[in-house]
Design a protein around this ligand. Structure first.
Ligand SMILES: [Mg+2]
Ligand SMILES: [Zn+2]
Length: 196
């Protein structure tokens, strides 16, 4: 069976301006230029999903239930552009957290690839035709470790800590640039073999 192609987005600093630990849905707005990109990628046939670190849960700043209203708000914002997210994956953990259940070293906090791999599995997506989009090298590493194509939108990364899997496939200035680098049809494999 033919697999899907997915575009996975980091949330804070990528889809929406980064307001640390914000869970007030009324303060959630799409960053400039990303709405039309979501709509176009949906029309191209990509499954869209969010992959986000939410250590505020482990730190006791908010509960997992608070994330539901943010998720609903994001869905509402995307729908204005004819797009919808298939899923919202988040890591609630942090090793230095104060809430015992979440204060642990997990395999899903980016730069680890656990959430990305789960997204691929649940969306039945082929990593080679899927993309991880983020504003930090931790997003890039998480995507690259799972074999996805990667693109970094400039603006959020300040440390540029290099290492394995931390070289973005593409570095772009504005969301609109994604439409030039992500293939125009999700169904055309990038590495398809030519049969002669
Ligand atoms: Mg970010
Ligand atoms: Zn985690």
């Amino acid at each position: 069976m033919k697999k899907n192609a997915a575009v996975l987005f980091d949330k804070d600093g990528t889809l929406i301006p980064d307001i640390p630990y914000n869970i007030d849905a009324t303060m959630v707005e799409l960053r400039s230029g990303i709405g039309p990109v979501l709509g176009e990628l949906a029309r191209r046939g990509y499954a869209l999903a969010i992959v986000s670190n939410q250590s505020g849960v482990a730190r006791g700043i908010f509960g997992e239930d608070a994330l539901a209203s943010v998720w609903e708000r994001l869905q509402e914002l995307a729908s204005a552009y004819g797009a919808r997210f298939s899923a919202f994956y988040y890591c609630p953990h942090h090793p230095a957290g104060s809430v015992a259940d979440y204060a642990l070293e997990c395999d899903c906090r980016k730069p680890k690839s656990g959430l990305v791999e789960r997204a691929l599995r649940e969306l039945n997506a082929d990593p080679r035709s899927s993309w991880m989009i983020g504003d930090t090298l931790d997003d890039i590493e998480a995507g690259a470790r799972a074999g996805l194509n990667t693109a970094l939108i400039q603006g959020g990364e300040t440390e540029w800590l290099r290492g394995p899997y931390r070289s973005p496939g593409h570095i772009i200035d504005v969301p609109r640039d994604l439409l030039n680098i992500i293939p125009s049809s999700a169904r055309r494999r990038r590495y398809e073999k030519v049969h002669v």
